[in-house]
Design a protein around this ligand. Structure first.
Ligand code: SAH
Length: 471
């Protein structure tokens, strides 16, 4: 079946013209965490004067984490907002709250107002590296639709579609499977109005109605709808969900082991009016509640932990996905960088393809964290008895087993030298990582591949077979 789908997969988008040696997101953050032992508690107690009010903030019990100082810049709207939240809250906010504001604050969040991808942006993702990525996701989607019994109506949901490139390549690549494309209702879950516009353009949409977020994509004649959350997507219809580099943008809490128990890393404003990390004096409610995630770890794993990063939003999202798939049929594909283990401390900030300080000029850099794949598996299995979880496997294994090497060979038959070079570089960036599983190794100019740092996992309805290529 896979072979048949591959040979029929069509492509109208021209081969990506070049694959610049850009930064792909995952790597080790240069700002190692608060692993240095916290300083003794600062004894200050500061008073903040506001017109008509006096707010006293007792910071005497907070621990300074001194390794995150940064250069001062004039306060942006988002910085002012964050500072006022901290001031009126009467103390620091969690790293999760900081991350959520920085990325998705409706006025000034990183994603909200501009195109952040590609050479002119801040980072590059697999769909932007090569059209083959979206095409291979298309192959996966058609295989799943076959396993679902070729339903006449399917909700194809993409979480965080960025520029819409993956979906556009998926629709072009699968356009010969008319029964499949005719079954589709596309639902894009996107918080950013600027990116919604780009998705609309790249899917070549024409508006069906001015009042609703609904259009028709001329790429396959499919209806396209936009939503702010997965909950808004209508249920009761077989559903296929794709989440590529979505989970890494979901807020994480960070905890640190101390003699007082698991305390939470928080973001505060120091006396110098700069953001700084502090450690809660005792376990926060979030620490007490969320550390239950560690019960999924082995005793040996737990013993070694000094820092833990936990994303309750990722767990809630997975539960919502699993409930839908369990009751409506279908499946979800999650691809992201992360680990098949508890994550200790991975939050990082990237601006213009370079790592920067997490607290520096918030809103101007992407924040992302490694995805905790075991927590996805456990959350899905807890939420629904009717789903099974497969993987994770590396992106390299995933794309290789789906037949990306056949695809690249087919594309190489019909291109000029420049396009061939770009194709090979793109191929290598998607599957490579210091070793070439399906292709001859790259030259020194080729950027580090995404092949092993990105993992793929699938959640499917138990009534269906094991999805390709997880068998
Ligand atoms: N999948 C795309 C983009 C990844 S970046 C690609 O691989 O190229 C993350 C995407 O998720 C962006 O489109 C961003 O605007 C969106 N996003 C981030 N947090 C979100 C949230 N809480 N709700 C909805 N969309 C979100």
């Amino acid at each position: 079946m896979l072979r048949k789908i591959l040979t029929q997969t069509s492509s109208r988008r021209l081969l990506s013209s070049s694959v610049p040696p850009l930064f792909s997101k995952p790597s080790i953050s240069p700002f190692s965490s608060a692993s240095s032992s916290p300083e003794p508690p600062s004894s200050e107690s500061i008073t903040v004067e506001q017109p008509g009010t006096t707010i006293s903030v007792d910071r005497s019990a907070l621990y300074n984490l001194p390794d995150h100082y940064h250069e001062s810049t004039p306060d942006s709207e988002l910085v002012k907002h964050l500072k006022s939240v901290i001031k009126f809250r009467g103390g620091p906010i969690s790293v999760a709250e900081y991350m959520e504001e920085v990325l998705t604050n409706p006025k000034a969040g990183f994603y909200m107002n501009r195109d952040v991808f590609g050479a002119q942006g801040d980072f590059i993702t697999s769909p932007e590296v090569s059209q083959m990525f979206g095409e291979m996701i298309g192959v996966w989607t058609v295989c799943l639709w076959e396993q679902m019994g070729r339903p006449e109506r399917v909700n194809l949901v993409e979480l965080g579609p960025g520029r819409g490139t993956l979906m556009a390549d998926l629709l072009r690549g699968t356009s010969k499977f008319r029964n499949f494309t005719e079954s589709l209702h596309i639902h894009l879950v996107e918080c950013s109005p600027a990116l919604q516009k780009l998705q609309h353009q790249n899917l070549k949409c024409t508006d069906e109605s001015s009042s609703e977020k609904k259009a028709i994509s001329s790429l396959a004649g499919t209806p396209v709808h936009w939503h702010a959350t997965l909950e808004e997507v209508p249920s009761g219809v077989p559903t296929i969900i794709i989440a590529h580099e979505f989970y890494d943008a979901l807020p994480v809490h960070q905890f640190q082991k101390t003699s007082r128990g698991w305390c939470e890393k928080m973001v505060d404003v120091g006396e110098d009016s700069k953001f700084r990390f502090v450690l809660s004096p005792q376990p926060t409610p979030a620490a007490l509640y969320l550390m239950k995630r560690c019960t999924w770890a082995t005793p040996e794993e737990r013993e070694k932990l000094e820092h833990v990063e936990i994303s309750p939003k990722s767990m809630d999202l997975t539960q919502e996905m699993a409930k839908r798939i369990g009751s409506d049929g279908g499946g979800a594909l999650i691809i992201d960088y992360g680990m098949n283990a508890i994550i200790s401390d991975s939050l990082q900030a990237i601006r213009k393809h370079k790592f920067v300080n997490i607290l520096d000029d918030p809103g101007s850099a992407d924040l992302s964290a490694y995805v905790d794949f075991p927590s996805i598996k456990h959350s899905a299995e807890e939420a629904s008895e009717n789903v099974s979880v497969h993987g994770p496997m590396t992106q390299s294994q995933f794309l290789g087993s789906l037949g990306i090497n056949f695809r690249v060979d087919a594309l190489l038959q019909n291109c000029n030298d420049e396009q061939a070079e770009s194709l090979r570089a793109g191929y290598w960036q998607l599957v490579g990582d210091g070793e070439a599983p399906f292709w001859e190794g790259p030259d020194e100019q080729t950027p580090i591949g995404m092949g092993t740092r990105y993992l793929a996992t699938a959640i499917v309805n138990k009534n269906q077979d094991i999805p390709a290529p997880f068998q």
